[in-house]
Design a protein around this ligand. Structure first.
Ligand SMILES: NC(=O)c1ccc[n+]([C@@H]2O[C@H](COP(=O)([O-])OP(=O)(O)OC[C@H]3O[C@@H](n4cnc5c(N)ncnc54)[C@H](O)[C@@H]3O)[C@@H](O)[C@H]2O)c1
Ligand SMILES: O=c1ccn([C@@H]2O[C@H](COP(=O)(O)OP(=O)(O)O[C@H]3O[C@H](CO)[C@@H](O)[C@H](O)[C@H]3O)[C@@H](O)[C@H]2O)c(=O)[nH]1
Length: 325
């Protein structure tokens, strides 16, 4: 049993690779290295620098390793930036997923776990989003993830693909100090990049309709998230039916201001964040009901917000800090 992990040299992918490896599901990595970090891939895991847009190369890799399933994390992940770069976002996330599905069909690979996103919901009117909540994405990124889900679902109908899509909420923290979210646009890496270089973290938008005016998100620890992928892969491999989509969120809403306070507590740095205008494409509040994933995928929050902040901070100090956009 060998599972292909696209985007396996990325922040979340590298955690998933380690969990698969420990579970005996022999990971193989494909990563274009557009944002991946080579040292995130364990030396003993087969690694291919290739794009999911390259169907023929994907077929060769799947055949060479007798791949039985794919965890598809490769993609462009920035909701805010996707408003400026819709074509890039659609090429990477929609065309990329379509090419990968073609390659899987050609190579006879029949199991798929897809990295989807809370961004498919837009700004929901309910306090807790369930998988039945209407999908009304507000950014090209959210749209691209929803289309990815549809392509996979339709391939299930047309070609018998067994699949599930995991709608992650905000993934933060670090499972080990050498793995870090190095992204130049997400809140945690930007806050720590600023603090580590003597700059001041910024809050984008203080006039949202939330308790303190800043955006509210549902933060989950990357190590908890990675385990849910392994459960999904094992179940698909064993021929068990899964739901087409699962929320991976905690049910707790935390504002950007509250994150800044938690960072100040953990680091002992009593900074005053800079208050900036809103960032385009940002929903005001989005928090998940994760009960379905708890029922089927053993989904549980094993880490507290303090542990998320602390682990991210330690890892940020061990690695080159992210550059600010
Ligand atoms: N980080 C979050 O909070 C979050 C939340 C919801 C969903 N997601 C999704 O999870 C996935 C992983 O996110 P991440 O935070 O690890 O981001 P990341 O940028 O660290 O990882 C993405 C990886 O995919 C690779 N990649 C990009 N385009 C590729 C292509 N065409 N072919 C092959 N590899 C390619 C990159 O080099 C990188 O290693 C993404 O699909 C993202 O949209 C992330
Ligand atoms: O320096 C910063 C960076 C971000 N923010 C705010 O922090 C919140 C969270 O932003 P960010 O960390 O960029 O996450 P999201 O835009 O919510 O998107 C993340 O979480 C989504 C799931 O909810 C995923 O789909 C995306 O891939 C992932 O980038 C937003 O309100 C941002 O405006 C700041 O205030 N200051």
């Amino acid at each position: 049993m060998s599972w292909l992990v696209t985007g396996g040299a990325g922040y979340i992918g590298s955690h998933v690779v380690r969990c698969l490896d420990e579970a005996g599901l022999a990971p193989v990595i494909v990563d274009s290295m557009s944002s991946g970090i080579r040292s995130f891939a364990p030396a003993h895991v087969p690694f291919y620098e290739a794009s999911v847009l390259d169907r023929e190369e994907l077929v060769r890799i799947m055949d060479a390793h007798s791949i039985t399933g794919v965890i598809h994390l490769a993609g462009y992940k920035y909701a805010g930036e996707s408003v400026k770069f819709p074509l890039l976002t659609f090429e990477q996330n929609v065309t990329g997923t379509a090419r990968l599905l073609e390659a899987m069909q050609q190579a006879g690979v029949n199991n798929m776990v897809f990295s989807s996103s809370a961004a498919v919901y837009g700004t929901p009117s309910v306090a807790l989003v369930t998988e039945q909540t209407a999908t009304e994405p507000e950014s090209p990124y959210g749209q691209s993830k929803l289309i990815g889900e549809w392509l996979i679902r339709d391939q299930g109908i047309a070609a018998g693909l067994k699949h599930t899509s995991l709608r992650y909420f905000n993934v933060v923290g670090s499972g080990s100090e050498e793995l870090y979210d190095a992204s130049p646009h997400n809140l945690f890496p930007l806050v720590f990049a600023a603090l580590n270089s003597g700059a001041t973290p910024k809050i984008f938008g203080t006039d949202y309709d939330t308790t303190d005016g800043t955006c509210v998100r549902d933060y989950v620890h990357v190590a908890d998230l990675a385990l849910a992928h392994v459960e999904a892969a094992k179940k698909l491999e064993a021929g068990q039916e899964l739901e087409p989509v699962y929320n991976l969120g905690s049910g707790d809403g935390v504002s950007v201001r509250e994150i800044m306070d938690a960072v100040a507590r953990v680091t002992g740095n009593q900074f005053q964040p800079l208050l900036e205008p809103r960032r385009p494409g940002d929903p005001a509040r989005i928090v998940a009901d994760g009960q379905l994933a708890a029922r089927d995928l053993g989904w549980a929050m094993r880490h507290s917000l303090g542990q998320m902040v602390d682990s991210a901070y330690r890892a940020s100090q061990a690695l080159t800090p992210a550059k600010e956009a």
